[in-house]
Design a protein around this ligand. Structure first.
Ligand code: FCB
Length: 450
């Protein structure tokens, strides 16, 4: 195959120990929603409801990873990607969310783990990437304090069955996104709304994160334990004190609310007064159970947001000015392409003393790809990745810690409420035939990693 030279970046510049990988999530790729005893998840239910997903798309087949995982693992190897991040579907392991265990679900993930290891690819498991068992949602889902015990029991099953071979674990994926979109705005599963649902979910998810991490630590003493946060560089629209204050509140909400309790700093209530309402749900020992000494923190950064003050928006008094309104280059998600955001986010999180190690566990872009003569020339995605890697190098040069980079994502997949139109993959998927085609970005990454 011809070399795909489009930049002067070289893997060696990042150091020998730098971790390279690709990230996925069960619901976005697996399909097979009720095969081999799997229970329904909140996303199975949400996608079956009218008007929730763009173009009425659903994830009944998605990328058919449930059946064609071997083919995709072969592709990961072909791309020279040494680390694969995937999530476990809780309702595959425990169909109703609590015992009994579904042995077929355990067997499925065992096959994936074994196949990865025999291909020389290191497995990285995310325990929760948004697909809560629906039966638990019927009992209130994350708004129910019992969710902490449900989740703990599920984590114990996973570490018991997979912990002999898997050392890299991430407890929860992007708590701010799934609690915000799923329990406050209602635009993601389970479609709940309102400040009470949101704050309860926030507190229980935070408790579940540390409870889950402790269980991993107890079962697998040499585990490499992390959890992942969505983070966005925030800037005020103007230098007026109103906009600066509004930007600070949005920054607190999007970047600080979930990590600070985990680092032992408590909820940042002083900078976002609505968080004081959390006190109604904090009981007894909670404050002692909110923190955990993670081996690494996964940061997932795609863009920046520009913020102006707005009296119309409750609780936060701020509004995001869209990339479209600002007339800047953006992706199919409407997210501004702004690579320096990654540098800024690294700088921000490096300033926390309690963080031992930072890995970029997601970064990537959705662009409208076209398959022509068996090729996808997605040069914008290639440049997006290269430009973000340049920011990592700049951060390293400035002495900021960053130890790995995982591209989102391997194949085009089911992008939640956006359906299949937002294509993020290094590999193109024809969703009618399940045909895979490595895109230019994938070929570049392969060369880069060789
Ligand atoms: C992140 C999610 C991931 C994917 C990317 C584009 O917020 O963790 O599942 O949807 O965004």
């Amino acid at each position: 195959m011809n070399k795909v030279e489009t930049s002067f970046l070289h893997k060696n510049q990042f150091g020998d120990d730098f971790l390279w990988g690709v990230s996925t999530a069960a619901f976005q790729i697996e399909g097979a929603p009720d095969t081999d005893g799997k229970g329904r998840s909140i996303w199975d239910v949400f996608t079956s409801q009218k008007g929730k997903i763009k173009n009425g798309h659903h994830a009944l087949t998605a990328c058919d990873f449930y059946n064609s995982y071997q083919n995709d693992i072969d592709l990961i190897r072909e791309l020279n990607i040494p680390n694969f991040r995937f999530s476990i579907s809780w309702p595959r392991i425990m169909p109703s969310g609590v015992s009994p265990i579904n042995e077929a679900g355990i067997a499925y993930y065992n096959k994936i783990i074994d196949s990865l290891l025999s291909a020389g690819i290191e497995p990285w498991i995310t325990l929760y990437h948004w697909d809560l068992p629906h039966d638990l949602e019927l009992k209130g889902g994350w708004t129910n304090r019992e969710s902490v015990s449900w989740f703990s029991a599920y984590v114990a099953v996973c570490v018991q069955h997979f912990g002999d071979r898997v050392k890299n674990w991430m407890v929860i994926n992007e708590p701010s996104v799934f609690t915000g979109a799923g329990y406050f705005l209602g635009i993601h599963a389970p479609g709940k709304k309102g400040i009470t649902n949101y704050l309860k979910a926030m507190h229980h998810v935070t408790l579940a994160t540390t409870a889950g991490a402790k269980i991993i630590r107890n079962h697998i003493p040499d585990a490499h334990i992390g959890t992942t946060f969505s983070c966005t560089h925030i800037e005020p629209a103007t230098s007026s004190s109103k906009d600066v204050e509004a930007a600070k509140r949005v920054d607190t909400l999007l970047n600080r609310t979930f990590i600070e309790p985990i680092l032992g700093l408590g909820y940042p209530q002083a900078d976002l007064p609505v968080l004081k309402k959390l006190n109604a749900y904090i009981v007894e020992d909670d404050l002692n159970n909110l923190s955990f000494d993670f081996d690494f923190i996964g940061l997932q950064c795609y863009t920046r947001e520009v913020v102006k003050s707005s009296l119309l928006i409750p609780y936060i008094g701020a509004e995001l000015i869209s990339a479209e309104k600002r007339n800047v280059i953006s992706t199919d998600m409407g997210w501004e392409v702004y690579p320096p955001a990654l540098y800024q986010v690294l700088k921000k999180f490096n300033a926390y003393e309690g963080i031992r190690k930072i890995i970029i566990t997601e970064n990537g872009a959705a662009f409208p790809d076209t398959l022509k003569n068996g090729k996808v020339y997605d040069i914008k995605r290639t440049h997006y990745i290269q430009d973000h890697l340049e920011q990592i190098l700049k951060a390293k040069k400035d002495g900021l810690a960053v130890d790995g980079y995982f591209v989102w994502t391997l194949t085009d997949n089911f992008e939640w409420a956006e359906g299949y139109n937002a294509r993020f993959g290094l590999i193109h998927v024809d969703f009618d035939t399940q045909q895979r085609t490595i895109k230019h970005s994938g070929l570049w990454f392969k060369d880069f990693l060789s």
